[in-house]
Design a binder for this molecule. Sequence first.
Ligand code: ARG
Length: 298
Amino acid sequence: MPTVYDRVVELPPDLLASCRPMPLPRRVLMCPPEHFDVFDVHNPFMQGNVGAVDHMRALDQWEQVAAAFRAAGAAVELIDPVEGLEDMVFCANPTFVGPDADGARLCILGNMKFESRQGEVRHFADYFAARGYDVQYLIGDEVFEGGGDALWHPGRGLIWGGYGYRTEPDSYEQISDFFDVPVLRLRLTSERFYHLDAALCALNERTALVRSPALAPAGMDLVRAVFDEVIEADPYEAENLMACNAAAIGGEHVIIPSGCARTSAALRERDFSVHPVDTSEFLKSGGSVYCMKMFLFD
Ligand code: ARG
């Protein structure tokens, strides 16, 4: 029965084991940064960076991110970039996709907070509809920023749902119903962690990477209750380099923003294979590895 949980005391026993198994993503969707830019300020990283993107470097860094996904074993699919949609490169945000209870492909459209990103949604809707996804939208006008705030638990039909700066908490009732899975809802407490994917990275079914002060205590308790192992990201690296905006492939390869030496060492200590990539141009917009792709589960 789909439900939204906010506190550990509400959890049924063995929640994780009771959630249906799910495949790990073997493909990612990316959008070339042809029109990527910083035109205005929607998060603290963008402050001081209007007009500061080096477009050649951005293109080069994006190629390195795509290459890192391929090297880690994930195929890279592409959506065409659209002129005037400068944030479209952050493919994780305008939709949320995954298998529904019958294993069919479902795409829930985002309801983006800022006008500059609202135009992205229909292009992703067309992309997924053309590939046989059931494309749905949320009823009402709650903000929902897709895979930036909603994260699948690796290998399980369970969703982690962040809110506080972009996505509004009520949207998760509908998300839970659409996918017929429980949602564990987490409040974000720090503006530099304005999307959940800036504060929490689910590495595999047992392990998470997190910047714990960016989550309200009740949410952090949920993370500790569900994951066997919780790795703390280095505070400086999480705040300034988006260390938690990493992406895990196959439960063992972690593609992480470069410069996160302490966080990478903590991951290697737990036997993860760590692949740093320079995303400095995208950090100027408040995004990095995780949000530069959408996981695909088919
Ligand atoms: N400039 C974009 C925005 O503010 C960056 C989005 C990055 N996405 C993410 N999931 N962290 O919307």
